[in-house]
Design a protein around this ligand. Structure first.
Ligand code: MG
Length: 384
């Protein structure tokens, strides 16, 4: 038993070395919401979520003013009860988006606290499927100035050379003919046997536009087409799924078990990319994965491999974890003290208690933002 003494939050703003472009936006810095839940025994559980370019403060206010106080003085093993109480507290402001991301960070930290208290790696505390590794794909293939199809192919081939058997690239920004040139170069560079995932980042506004692209790119045998439309446009996802032989994958910015059930009922996705740092934490991720299992659908979690290796290792219907091979595009790895190791296309599971890393104190001091008049990057919610 471990009573919760405090909940702390820090917004870290980490600039990118170079601006990076998606099909639909350009990013110059990333903000992360870091959460610590501390027990009266002095054990700290960690959680985090991505707070996009500039909106970190929205999430920290959700922790300090809305959710954190619900946990202080409570028993940390009462995970389901704490989740339900936070969800109920935020019913008018939450359910999806910034507040649900904050709730996700807190819920992850509660699980981590309990696993650390039990002195078990998180995936074993959750009930492991496997003991040492989970399959992954190398995620890259972004748009950069001067990046020709040939250079894109060389980048993806470098991941294959490093042992990956599956790679992902962006699509949807350029014309169908230009995108075909990129995808052809990618397939030729990686060979016929490597899985090639395509991520459109909500690029297409209607079915005819999507079909113009899909009709050209099907020939290169993509493993999935990811986020073809806005996440709210489930009907077009379902129509596209009927019209193409490529599996439609989505769900990385969706939250709550009910929306995922709707997605499954409409047959809008053949693979769910549920993200525990977005959907409502580890608790909600497991509920969604269990629902997907009953529909015979695989979950391939989006980004944040430091959390998702544990979930993929403990869910029977989880497959490839997304892995960013460097910190050029996603720079969260600068904020933690240990990195997951990739080997032969798999990610090796951490064997230390909990998530298996600590926040890097120096980095958090460097990148953490401070409230006006405060020297501390952490804001702490504790009993008055
Ligand atoms: Mg994506």
């Amino acid at each position: 038993m471990a009573k919760i003494e405090s909940v702390s939050v820090c917004i870290a703003r980490v600039p990118l070395d170079n601006a990076v472009t998606f099909s639909t936006r350009t990013v110059t810095a990333r903000e992360y919401c870091l959460v610590k839940v501390r027990s009266v025994d002095g054990v700290e559980g960690l959680g985090y979520c991505y707070a996009v370019n500039t909106s970190g403060r929205l999430l920290s206010v959700a922790v300090t003013d809305l959710l954190g106080a619900r946990l202080v003085g409570q028993e940390s093993l009462r995970v389901e009860g704490l989740w339900q109480e936070m969800y109920q507290e935020a019913l008018l402001q939450g359910r999806v988006g910034a507040v649900m991301r904050a709730l996700s960070g807190i819920d992850t930290a509660v699980w981590d606290l309990n696993a650390r208290t039990a002195k078990l790696p998180l995936y074993k505390y959750l009930g492991a499927m496997v003991e040492d590794r989970v399959p992954a794909y190398a995620s890259g293939g972004y748009y950069l100035p001067g990046k020709t199809p040939q250079k894109l192919g060389e980048e993806l081939a470098s991941y294959v050379k490093d042992g990956f058997k599956a790679v992902k690239m962006k699509t949807g920004r350029l014309s169908p003919r230009e995108e075909e040139d990129r995808i052809r170069a990618a397939r030729e560079a990686i060979g016929p046997d490597v899985l090639l995932m395509l991520d459109a980042n909500n690029a297409w506004h209607d079915l005819p536009t999507a079909l113009l692209h899909m009709n050209r790119l099907e020939a290169y045998d993509p493993h999935w087409i990811e986020e073809p439309f806005s996440p709210d446009d489930l009907d077009n996802h379902a129509k596209l799924a009927q019209r193409t032989r490529v599996t439609v994958a989505t769900g990385e910015i969706e939250a709550g078990r009910w929306r995922f059930k709707e997605m499954l009922d409409k047959q809008a996705a053949g693979i769910l990319q549920t993200d525990a740092t977005v959907c409502g934490g580890i608790s909600e991720w497991r509920r969604i994965a269990a629902t997907a299992a009953s529909y015979g659908v695989t979950v391939s979690p989006h980004a944040w491999h430091d959390v998702h290796v544990h979930l993929a290792a403990s869910a029977p219907n989880a497959r490839h974890v997304e892995f960013m091979p460097d910190d050029h595009i996603v720079n969260f790895r600068r904020l933690i003290d240990r990195q997951i190791v990739a080997k032969d296309g798999d990610l090796l599971l951490p064997q230390t208690p909990g998530l298996g890393f600590e926040f890097d104190k120096e980095a958090v001091r460097k990148y953490g933002t401070r409230a006006p008049g405060s020297d501390d990057v952490w804001q702490v919610v504790r009993r008055a």
